[in-house]
Design a binder for this molecule. Structure first.
Ligand SMILES: [Zn+2]
Length: 184
């Protein structure tokens, strides 16, 4: 995981990812769980993004992208995981929780993360198109809510990006090169 390569993106992005890469074994373990959620989305023909939320070493919430299935533009993996975590705790305040997601959260999800008081974000692949945690837009740093949220990126980035690339490749094959280009 130290050899993060993102062929399609600029060298600036690659250096950002390597700077942010984490060797924390717990981060890798929980990112693998998020990847399993992403695989569920893949199997349901949803853009494969998965998320788990962890508190004190225990998974308390999980979700995968369900925009197509639920016909809901807000049904991103993070939003669903935040909802299930709040149900588990019977509390919307997710202080002390770490959110693991396979793709850098978009601005909507970054906003939801701030509102839910998640303490830490760990993402897999950066999103050069719509990343809301520093790659395209930075919703987190210096936020108006004055919430301190730690952000780590690039954990299992190759696997996370590989799943997305495989999905779009498959969609193009199935739809004759007119597949979904990235909306979720
Ligand atoms: Zn999102």
């Amino acid at each position: 995981m130290n050899n993060v390569k993102i062929k399609d993106d600029s060298s600036t992005l690659s250096s950002l990812v390597s700077r942010l890469s984490s060797d924390n074994p717990d981060d890798v373990k929980f990112m693998r769980m998020a990847l399993r959620q992403a695989q569920i989305a893949f199997d349901m023909k949803e853009i494969p993004i998965g998320c788990v939320i962890v508190k004190d070493g225990v998974v308390i919430g999980k979700g995968y992208n369900q925009v197509e299935q639920l016909k809901d533009a807000t049904a991103h993996a993070e939003i669903i995981a935040i909802g299930t975590a709040a149900s588990t705790l019977d509390n919307w305040r997710l202080d002390g929780c770490t959110l693991y997601v396979t793709l850098e959260p978009c601005p909507m999800c970054a906003g939801a993360i701030l509102n839910s008081r998640v303490s830490r974000i760990v993402y897999g692949s950066p999103d050069s198109r719509f990343g809301g945690c520093g790659t395209t837009i930075d919703v987190i740093t210096g936020n108006a809510l004055k919430r301190a949220v730690e952000v780590s990126g690039g954990v299992l980035a190759d696997e996370c990006l590989g799943l997305l690339k495989g999905f779009f490749q498959q969609m193009r094959l199935e739809k004759g090169d007119s597949g979904n280009k990235g909306d979720r």
